[in-house]
Design a binder for this molecule. Structure first.
Ligand SMILES: NC(=O)c1ccc[n+]([C@@H]2O[C@H](COP(=O)([O-])OP(=O)(O)OC[C@H]3O[C@@H](n4cnc5c(N)ncnc54)[C@H](OP(=O)(O)O)[C@@H]3O)[C@@H](O)[C@H]2O)c1
Length: 243
């Protein structure tokens, strides 16, 4: 697929990894519909910056855990550039849930955003992709989908579900729609990590370092440009999933 003028919806595109992906898409000339939830200031800053890029940016706010408004959001995003070519599911939550202390509320939070919203956005937009006989869905997963992090089980399980969904959607939406997942390792560590938590994250990679946001956005750009991959799981994790 040609990147220039490509119409992309990215969820959670205003901060951290999502922001870097949005910037890479804009630099490649894409027309980006960038979703954000609470990071309004970061999103507005991105809009100011966007004039420096060849691509275009449109901001769209939504709480993706609000199931009732999910299809309305998807329909609005579809209208922005009169259709879409790529859907990138990046928005997710991540926090520690020690076993024995996991509440139903925690469980529901992870599954509602990391899995359920992804499924229903894919259902709405995926069907449109099938009708137009082209489109790509890119999920941002986690190495934890494969090596389930103790202390983060509901999160890891939500990402394992997303990985299963990736394969299922690849089959369901074939032959004209491609669906792939990128499984990052530690790139931007959570801001609340102390030195010990950060050290442990790094020790658990084979390359003994964190990745760069560009390692992830580069994989996204690669997947948009590649027309013969579907159902793939791309580990960009410094070897975290082999540790
Ligand atoms: N950072 C890493 O090293 C790393 C490693 C492995 C996997 N990943 C995966 O990569 C992706 C990005 O990671 P990150 O660390 O950059 O994420 P992050 O900082 O945790 O950002 C999460 C994003 O999710 C959005 N979000 C949170 N609650 C939402 C809600 N209720 N409705 C809609 N959007 C909501 C946030 O939007 P607002 O800020 O606008 O509220 C934000 O853009 C995630 O899927 C994550 O699981 C990241």
């Amino acid at each position: 697929m040609e990147l220039n003028n490509c119409r992309v919806l990215i969820t959670g595109g205003a901060v951290r990894l999502g922001r870097n992906i949005t910037q890479a898409l804009l630099a490649a000339g894409c027309r980006v519909c960038c979703h954000y939830h609470k990071s309004r200031d970061a999103a507005l800053l991105l809009q100011q910056e966007s004039i420096n890029y060849s691509g275009q940016l449109h901001l769209l706010r939504a709480d993706l855990t609000d199931f009732e408004s999910l299809n309305t959001f998807a329909a609005e995003a579809w209208q922005v550039y009169n259709g879409l070519d790529v859907l990138i599911h990046n928005a997710a939550i991540f926090f520690k849930t020690p076993f024995g202390q996991v509440s139903e509320e925690d469980w529901d939070k992870f599954h509602s955003l990391n899995l359920k919203s992804s499924f229903f956005l894919s259902q709405f937009i995926g069907q449109k992709f099938v009708t137009q006989k082209s489109g790509k869905i890119i999920h941002i997963g986690d190495a934890g989908a494969k090596v389930q992090f103790p202390g983060y089980l509901p999160y890891s399980i939500s990402k394992a579900g997303l990985t299963a969904m990736n394969r299922g959607l690849a089959k369901t939406l074939a032959p004209h729609v491609q669906v792939n997942i990128i499984q990052p390792g530690p790139v931007l560590l959570p801001e609340y990590y102390d030195e010990q938590a950060a050290r442990r994250s790094i020790e658990h990679t084979l390359l003994k370092r964190t990745g760069q946001p560009e390692d992830i956005s580069g994989a996204v750009i690669f997947l948009i440009g590649n027309d013969y991959m579907t159902g793939s799981e791309i580990a960009v994790d410094g070897g975290r999933s082999l540790y």
